[in-house]
Design a protein around this ligand. Sequence first.
Ligand code: FES
Length: 67
Amino acid sequence: MSVTECPGGPLLVRGAVRLVGEDGQPVPVRRRTIALCRCGASQLLPMCDGTHRALRPRPEVEDKDDE
Ligand code: FES
């Protein structure tokens, strides 16, 4: 098993893993790679649903009038 941190996003867990929810019940894992939410905003917790992308601060756009 390996765990990879995605900057600003989930933890990617690759390989066989047994996932247990906060209620102590097993969470079905159907894929070899799963993405675990770290932002807490996913509607599919504990899995990432991509919501973190909407939370990420957008890069500032340079104002061309400043040149
Ligand atoms: S890390 Fe992707 S929704 Fe939370």
